[in-house]
Design a protein around this ligand. Structure first.
Ligand code: GCV
Length: 868
């Protein structure tokens, strides 16, 4: 806070800011959805818990159930002796042992076809778990009301203790959502065997693309002493069925493989094991050379093979249930097999061979591309890379290799088509990688519920072999009969209330639920999350679900519609608007906007040929302008701004309209949330409100940047007359300035009119004379909240202080631009013609109290302001 005393806001209507982490207490699952708030007990719910087994996982299940029952209904206890009127948890084998003549589901024969349960058969004829222990059957469960023991006895039964845990959480989920478990019982199993989170944590405690503080795993080069949050994280993961956690950055620090660090990692595995979450780690393929002292890391070299075999054996002595490795190679500067002319399959199989006998798997990332592509080459296309590299070696991967492919062909943009590789690997198990951490989708400062985006890709029919083949079926191994497969979510969990923002946690929850069952609708997932996390009050549920569901379309609208991708700062923060940063460089996130038109031609006929990587029916759809959906038009085609969409609207008008619509949607979120005052926890209310107000302001920054950029580039006016016209806006560069000097903002579109003012004196001011009509108005102050200092701003009308605040938010970028352009609104201010409006700025260290404009909204939307 720059050591300054804080001045109390004089205008209480000003939004509370910055975005504070509310939870000073120890980090726990209760701060997410495992809250078990007091609730009315449905009839016939027993509160005694009987645990039939003694494994750590079953102990966790029983303890969680007791905790849940106590929280929900004020009573719950473990009672080993009880039978009737209790909830009995156990594996099939344990049920058999305890109850003579016991039959799973009361002997009901019907089973899921994929799940080979022979629970009612003699023990020696029962299904043996897969060697790698990743399977759907292993994680299945059933919840039965046992009539033999009395109607108030509930059995949670499963082939393994992990299944018991998942069944327990499913039961609790129902109870905490205010639902009664169906009297006839129910059973469930995961669709996808691999349900992992990837944490991109670095040994120094930082997190790549993390927006929630520092690592829960590491600090100062080592695993942290306090691993309590790791246990709580595993609890959260288990509650939605996640069974693996890859704890370190895929840009892997090789020294994590040294003996000392492996011992430390064993502590992390110990912390997660009680929750059935297996530890995995990212490894650098060059490790045999960088830390092993070998002269090579050639995957076909016998010494390299021996090195990995020994290293893996060492890992398994410390972590017997180690899940496996994740590999990023030949990508963004990471070394890989290409250095030796070897393929990804050579590298993956090298590790797979070492892991196989221990039951481990390799998740080899298909995110392999050249980030020095030639922008001047119309055929160059980063989107092609994964398919071009992996499809030709299809079938060459060992059975315990899973190729991990990002959902789209570029990199977690606001919208992308499903990666064509999903249909391009028919003999290899596949996992889809998605981002829970909102790198390109607002970095948790913007509300963006990602389940609808993921669901759309999961449901997308790849039409492989001219047959129905939705991505979710491919991942489940059903389409191509693969034993493994799944979903991996890049999590970004940190020490700041898990994901920093309370509503962002819906994404972690939704990821787990979709990985378990990709058929659940995003709405249903959202509703369950709200009921468990915020309230079961129907008004709260419907309001928050509506906001969540509208949030991705809103974000897409004001950042990158029509498949242009997120038009953000590609070479830097990946946060605020910076349209040209994607162009003219080797990173390949191009949209090729020029004076005439916009979009990447990825057709086979005239473009990069990317569309041809899809199966014929899909390729045909994307090849043609007529059949490409509007929301991906500019991903596949370069068209003039005057090109008409299927709706009849021109591309340029859609760009204008969608940005205004998106910003209006973001403003509506504030209003929607405001209706919940008094219906949700007060602190949560204030925290979320501040975040949504910030988002609404930043959506305007996005809107104006993109709209004014395309207005200038295309020279085509907005038929609604909004683009480039900002009545009520008083530019700082037009004010009477004392101390402030006018600066150019880079990129120009990030400031209104491309200019702002910056203070390099002790204090500066900007003054305008108001000449609009008299009345009450909202005054929005648009300023730049830079890192490296805490500038102070004061708003005065006729010398009277209206508000004063510190620019102390943590936003990217050290110079004034769209990353840190921030809006603060003073509401209901009385103005009359001739009033003096004044902003005083006091810089602090590297923050020069830069100012873009003030905007007067309300009745004064007509022009007529006198400016100095
Ligand atoms: C871990 C994007 C991100 C990088 C990330 C990379 C990847 O490029 O910006 O931070 O690196 O994807 O997925 O490997």
């Amino acid at each position: 806070m720059g050591g300054k005393a804080r001045t109390v806001f004089q205008n209480l209507a000003l939004a509370a800011f910055p975005l504070l982490a509310l939870n000073a207490a120890a980090q726990a699952g209760d701060q997410a959805w495992l809250q078990y708030r007091p609730s009315t007990m449905p009839p016939n719910i027993p509160t005694r818990v009987v645990r039939l087994g003694d494994s750590q996982v079953e102990k966790s299940a029983a303890a969680e159930l007791v905790r849940g029952l106590q929280g929900l209904y004020g009573k719950g206890e473990e009672d080993a002796k009880a039978d009737r009127h209790s909830i009995v948890l156990g594996t099939f084998a344990e049920f058999h042992k305890r109850y003579a003549g016991w039959k799973a589901f009361g002997g009901e024969p019907e089973m899921y076809p994929e799940v080979i349960w022979e629970a009612n058969a003699p023990l020696d004829r029962r299904h043996q778990p897969m060697k790698n222990n990743f399977g759907r059957a292993e994680d299945a469960f059933a919840i039965a009301h046992d009539t033999g023991l009395g109607t108030q006895t509930i059995f949670v039964e499963a082939p393994t203790d992990r299944g018991v845990l998942y069944g327990t959480f499913a039961l609790l989920r129902m109870l905490a959502s205010g639902e009664k478990p169906p009297q006839k019982g129910f059973r469930d199993h995961p669709a996808l065997p691999i349900r992992w989170v990837d944490d991109w944590d670095n040994p120094d405690g930082s997190i790549e693309r993390g927006y929630a503080g520092r690592s829960i795993f590491f600090e100062g080069g080592n695993v942290r002493t306090d691993l309590a949050p790791v246990g709580e994280y595993a609890r959260l993961l288990a509650s939605v069925g996640i069974n693996g956690c890859n704890l370190n950055n895929v840009n892997a620090a090789p020294h994590l493989l040294d003996s000392d660090h492996l011992k430390q990692l064993a502590r992390v595995a110990d912390a997660m094991r009680p929750w059935g979450v297996r530890l995995a780690m990212s490894v650098a393929i060059a490790s045999p050379q960088t830390i092993g002292g070998l002269s090579t890391f050639d995957p076909l070299d016998p010494d390299v093979k021996a090195w990995w075999a020994a290293k893996v054996a060492e890992i398994y002595t410390l972590i017997p249930d180690f899940a496996g490795f994740t590999v990023k190679a030949d990508s963004e500067g990471q070394p890989g097999p290409a250095s030796y002319g070897r393929t990804p399959a050579d590298a993956a199989n090298l590790l797979a061979a070492a892991l196989e006998k221990h039951g481990g798997v390799v998740l080899y990332r298909a995110f392999v591309y050249n980030h020095h592509a030639d922008w001047n080459d119309p055929k160059a296309d980063r989107a092609r890379a994964a398919y071009d590299i992996f499809h030709p070696i299809e079938g060459a991967f060992a059975p315990n290799v899973i190729v991990q492919t990002k959902e789209g062909p570029i990199d977690f943009q606001a919208r992308e088509p499903a990666s064509p590789l999903f249909a391009g690997l028919q003999h290899t198990s596949q996992a889809m990688e998605v981002q829970i951490t909102q790198e390109y989708t607002g970095q948790q400062r913007h509300l963006v519920y990602l389940a609808p985006m993921w669901k759309q890709v999961l449901d997308f029919d790849m039409r492989a072999d001219v047959k129905p083949s939705p991505v979710k079926e491919i991942l489940a191994g059903r389409t191509f009969h693969r034993p493994l497969g799944g979903m991996v979510g890049v999590s970004g969990i940190g020490r700041d209330s898990w994901l920093g923002s309370p509503l962002a946690l819906a994404n972690l929850y939704a990821f787990g639920r979709l990985a378990w069952n990709p058929d659940i609708s995003p709405e249903e997932i959202a509703a369950g999350w709200v009921r468990q996390t915020i309230s079961t009050d129907p008004q709260v549920v419907s309001t928050v679900v509506k906001m969540l569901i509208q949030s991705w379309p809103a974000y897409e609208n004001y950042t990158g519609p029509l498949g242009m991708q997120t038009l953000t700062d590609i070479t830097g923060s990946h946060y605020g608007p910076n349209i040209e940063s994607s162009e003219n460089n080797g990173w390949g996130q191009w949209h090729r906007a020029d004076h005439q038109g916009v979009g990447m031609d990825r057709t086979v006929a005239t473009g990069t040929g990317y569309a041809g990587q899809y199966a014929p029916e899909v390729a045909k759809m994307y090849e043609s302008l007529a059949t490409t959906p509007d929301n991906l038009l500019l991903f596949f085609h370069h068209v003039p701004y005057t090109y008409k969409l299927h709706t009849g609207k021109t591309v340029i008008q859609y760009i204008y309209d969608s940005h205004y619509e998106g910003a209006a949607q973001a403003a509506q979120f504030v209003k929607d949330w405001s209706t919940l005052k008094g219906r949700v926890d007060d602190r949560l209310y204030a925290d979320v409100l501040a975040r949504l107000e910030y988002q609404a302001g930043h959506a305007i920054v996005w809107r104006d940047a993109i709209v004014q950029y395309f207005l200038r580039l295309s020279g085509i006016a907005d038929d609604q007359g909004r683009a480039g016209h900002y009545p009520g806006r008083l530019e700082a560069e037009d004010a009477r300035l004392t101390g402030y000097r006018v600066i150019d903002i880079t990129p120009w579109e990030d400031a209104s009119g491309g200019k702002a003012v910056s203070c390099d004196k002790e204090a500066c001011s900007a003054e305008w004379i108001y000449s609009g009509p008299a009345g009450r108005f909202d005054l929005a102050v648009q300023y730049f909240d830079l890192q490296g200092g805490t500038a102070q701003f004061t708003l005065k009308v006729n010398g009277q202080q209206i508000a004063t605040w510190f620019a102390d938010a943590t936003l990217p970028s050290k110079r004034p631009d769209g990353d840190n352009s921030t809006r603060r609104i003073a509401r209901g201010i009385e103005l009359k013609p001739g009033d003096t409006l004044r902003i005083e700025g006091i810089p602090d260290n590297a923050d020069p109290a830069a100012l873009d404009y003030i905007e007067i909204t309300g009745a004064a939307r007509s022009p007529g302001f006198a400016e100095y």
